[in-house]
Design a binder for this molecule. Structure first.
Ligand code: 13P
Length: 255
């Protein structure tokens, strides 16, 4: 299965900064061959990014969305609005939304239902907090998050599903998880998807690692057969470091 590497810019970059980044990324598109590359700008930079990336192989993702199509939901952005810009992927349940903005499992579930309804590929984020890890609860937390998100969907409901394992303690700290941690999480994801939807779905789901990933450490993750890519924060903000990371991942994965 091919690698999928996504830039999550979080609350960084104006529209013109996004345009400059995407122009340069597109200029170097040939270097990225064989890897599915995705850029997730803030909502306010989607239009600028979409315009530059139109017709390229680089895909556009959103960092979040609301579950309703339209209505009195001040400040929210609907799946239809995202699709209007050519958005194909959406990050759902990022830990910053769960833990800073109070998004709960029920909201995440509704967002997944909306993604499914509108044919958007979800990048579902899961991950344990440091204290949960210290108490040996990592597996239980990941399983709870996954079950709340996925249980009850029909097998084959998602044409594509990406699960990003992002331990909260590794995000933005410079302290990445070990490849063994990521492997354990990926195995857990596939085991659970197999229980829910069977072995075909389990081998089709793609698992990314995220959390302080960079060009220097991506190789250890991408070399694992269980890991299919990365969700990249800080190292995705400069074109050079993002491309270096993609190239290192491709080399380690041998694709
Ligand atoms: P960093 O790569 O900055 O640790 O962020 C990871 C992340 O949260 C990506 O979604």
């Amino acid at each position: 299965m091919g690698l999928i590497i996504a830039a999550n810019w979080k609350m960084h970059k104006s529209a013109s900064e996004a345009e400059t980044f995407c122009r340069e990324l597109r200029r170097r598109e040939k270097e990225l061959q064989g890897v599915e590359v995705l850029v997730c700008p803030p909502f306010t930079a989607l239009a600028a990014a979409a315009e530059v990336l139109a017709g390229s192989s680089i895909k556009l993702g959103a960092q979040n969305m609301f579950w309703e199509d339209k209505g009195a939901f001040t400040g929210e952005i609907s799946p239809l609005m995202l699709k209007d810009f050519g958005v194909s992927h959406v990050i759902i349940g990022h830990s910053e939304r769960r833990h800073i903005l109070g998004e709960d499992d029920a909201a995440i579930r509704r967002k997944l239902e909306a993604a499914l309804r509108h044919g958007l590929t979800p990048l579902l984020c899961i991950g344990e907090k440091e204290e949960e890890r210290d108490q040996g609860e990592t597996g239980a937390v990941l399983e709870r998050q996954l079950r709340a998100a996925l249980e009850g969907f029909e097998p084959g409901a998602f044409k594509e599903l990406v699960v990003a394992y992002e331990p909260v303690w590794a995000i933005g700290t410079g302290r990445a998880a070990s490849p063994a941690d990521a492997d354990n999480a990926a195995v857990l994801v596939r085991r659970l998807v197999e229980q829910l939807w069977g072995s075909e779905a389990a081998s089709a789901v793609r698992v990314q690692y995220g959390g302080s990933v960079n060009a220097g450490n991506i190789g250890g993750f991408a070399a694992l057969p269980s890991i299919d890519g990365a969700l990249v924060g800080g190292a995705s903000l400069e074109v050079d470091s993002f491309i270096s990371l993609i190239l290192a991942a491709r080399e380690a994965a041998g694709c």
